[in-house]
Design a protein around this ligand. Structure first.
Ligand code: FMN
Length: 155
């Protein structure tokens, strides 16, 4: 499958998780498009069969600035070609921000709902106050994501 990944980051952690996800997906035989600060045109030109969004949270529950152009383009155009695709969201946050924990990921999950992208498993929350190894922590979720994509393809 063609899996398009995109990320939102302030300090680079979400990009590291995205690169790790690319390796995992490629190892399972998928083609990946991942470019930090990708435009909507670039994303659609790849003709994705699945979407994986990975974002941290900044401010008080906000998406990082580097994801805002793509987020706005997606929300304003709601491309019909994405409707019905399988997808997933990995949210990075810090539970010490109790009221806005992983708020960026929640915004992305809401956008997926608006787009009609079907989350094949619940959003993963990676908590910076619990762990300093987000790539490793994401592995079980990524394995399940790969399995869910394969199950969906066979259906
Ligand atoms: C200024 C600032 C504001 C933050 N606000 C939130 C927040 O509202 N909710 C949350 O869950 N995490 C918040 N975080 C934590 C980051 O999302 C978390 O450390 C994440 O791992 C950073 O990933 P990044 O390097 O990809 O930006 C904040 C961090 C900073 C520095």
């Amino acid at each position: 499958m063609n899996v398009a990944l995109f990320s939102g980051t302030v300090y680079g952690t979400a990009e590291e998780v995205a690169h790790h996800a690319v390796k995992r997906l490629q190892a399972a035989g998928h083609h990946c498009h991942y470019q930090p600060r990708s435009t909507l045109a670039e994303l659609l030109a790849f003709k994705p069969d699945a979407l994986l969004g990975i974002t941290s949270t900044t401010g008080m529950g906000e998406l990082p600035d580097d994801l805002m152009p793509l987020y706005s383009q997606l929300r304003d155009s709601l491309p019909a070609t994405l409707r019905g695709l399988p997808g997933g969201v990995i949210a990075l946050g810090d539970s010490s921000y109790s009221d806005s924990f992983c708020g960026g990921g929640e915004s992305l999950a809401e956008l997926f709902d608006e787009l009609g992208v079907i989350q094949v498993q619940p959003m993963l929350r990676l908590d910076a106050s619990e762990s300093v190894t987000p790539e490793t922590d994401a592995e079980p979720w990524l394995n399940a994501f790969v399995t869910a994509l394969e199950a969906g393809r066979g259906a």
